[in-house]
Design a protein around this ligand. Sequence first.
Ligand code: BG6
Length: 482
Amino acid sequence: MVSRVIPVDPFDLIIFGGTGDLAQRKILPAMFRRFCAGQWPTDARIIAIARRNLDTETFRDMVAEQLRGLVPADDASALSRFFECLDYLRLDAHREDGWDQLAKMVQSDRIRAFYFSVGPELFGPLAERLHKNGLTNETTRIVVEKPFGHDLASARSLNATLATHFKESQIYRIDHYLGKETVQNLMAVRFGNMLFEPLWNSQYVDHIQITVAETVGIDGREEYYEHAGAMRDMVQNHLMQLLCLIAMEPPAKFDPDAVRDEKLKVIRALDLVEPHHIVRGQFLAGPQGPGYRDVVGNPRSTTESYVALRTHVSNWRWAGTPFYLRTGKRLVARSSVINVMFKDAPHSIFGEDAGRHANVLSIRLQPNEGITLKVTIKEPGPGGMRLVDVPLDMSFAEALGPENQDPPGAYERLIMDVIRGNQTLFMRGDEVEAAWAWTDPIIAGWQARGDVPKPYDSGSTGPGDAELLMKRDGRHWQGIKP
Ligand code: BG6
């Protein structure tokens, strides 16, 4: 099976915050990889913009550092060809000068995308300047990053600011989880197979576990994280998106609004989380480094680096089926997995001694992307009917062959989708607001109660209370394995 590259039309991609971490580590490397793959034409342009006084040559040298490891062994000139498409321009969102120069650099007959790789406080001033300087037209797209707001009120105000100058169809709100190959596979597995869909409901599914475990801490992002915490940083967006893809009804077609309408219905059907159905944690020191409070330099910090919670999607399909979500930093392994835990067979013909056996469908998002279905079989050999659970295991890398071992990363796919004008994998404004509307009362409850996160050891599976959350329901978490 050979992966296909579908070329995009010529474009001008203008990156505000061009010298920043995201542009340097994600956006420009993603563009370079797509360039090497031959996905975009050499007359396309990338214009990186920042306030620093640099010339294009110095900027290119800076980018070269990031891209060195990505240059294909058989194409040594790739970097210099890429650089011919890359310019730098010094501009300040708060100043009038320089915008006419940008207007001269962009071309009128092609797709124009502005990537706001800057803090949300600059979205308004940038949108205003673009508009005032005649830089926007019907085909203009803007790309904005998470965090999209800090709560419902700020997300609403950001949406309103952007809506002053852009239509919803021009706004691309990134959640990079939606660009991951395997996250899209969730939709392919659910809606491309007859096998799963008839069982995908509360009649057959006992509960669902969504785990996004990380080994990394928060180094280098202390200030942001201390104000965000795991709830805002991961649950409100990435885990919410995974939950939506697992729980949503089949859209009529794979088209942006059909998919996003269904996701929105899921978010709106989510139950409010009761305080005793949520556990917050904060990591202690361990071999990987100091504890959370030392990292942020705040001995009294009550920001959570871990969250585990139980919620329900209150609709016909999922009535009574709990969804358990957990995510945390400095855990025992990096592992993102969705486990669909099926119910026991209604009656065991093998008697009490055969024990309890239930099917588990594990969708591994990262690392080692693949699917495992735990099925019950007879243990081989004599001695009667002894049952044992074995995995039917499909690693995508093995099944799809070596040419598919290195699929485009999330940013590569998402930026190409911006150029193509496909919003399916981007969050709509109402979706983001609905996610905040669900998150806000949880955070407000913590604040009102003066909740303090439970400490947990670095390198563990999180606080013990997260186990209790499950145990109280007669269930247990699946292991966190790399
Ligand atoms: C980011 C969060 O959005 O996602 C980070 O801000 C987190 O805290 C990261 O580490 C996880 O992304 P990935 O792709 O490494 O799973």
